[in-house]
Design a protein around this ligand. Structure first.
Ligand code: ZN
Length: 145
């Protein structure tokens, strides 16, 4: 395993606006605040969600949406990292959502997840740039270390 070493330089805590796109908000916040490396943690609720499942067989994302992911869901956990992709800040987030029965669904957070209420904590790290590029084996944009 390869890894870089980082120090936490700043911690942000804030609220995500009603009716906004969760992934877009986190990415915009990172770009506006020049956060190139860090981690994010979000809880709250969404009106609807779009989550991805990466098919290792097809080597592409399948988008999950619709009946199970509409009508209001709790964000049980949404966590991930911030690094650089295509020369700009990029948040890679995974999310677990639960419905009125407490049944959970989860996956890779996609655009189209609309916030009802959201609270975030973002920690900015100082250290070497971590840049994503397409990995030949998995066809995923992975870190180049
Ligand atoms: Zn993912």
């Amino acid at each position: 395993m390869k890894a870089n070493s980082y120090e936490i330089v700043k911690t942000y805590m804030g609220r995500i606006p009603y009716d906004s796109d969760l992934l877009e908000q986190i990415n915009s916040f990172c770009i506006e605040n020049n956060i190139k490396c860090g981690m994010a943690n979000i809880i709250g609720a969404v009106k609807q969600a779009k989550i991805g499942y990466y098919s290792q067989y097809k080597q592409s994302y399948k988008t999950l949406e619709g009946e199970n992911l509409t009508g209001g869901l709790e964000i049980v956990s949404c966590t991930g990292n911030i690094s650089i992709k295509d020369s700009k800040s990029f948040a890679h987030l995974h999310i677990i959502l639960s419905n009125s029965e407490g049944i959970a669904f989860g996956g890779h957070l996609m655009p189209g997840t609309i916030v009802y209420a959201g609270e975030f904590i973002i920690q900015e790290f100082k250290g070497p740039d971590l840049v994503r590029s397409i990995d030949e084996t998995t066809k995923l944009p992975l870190w180049t270390l």
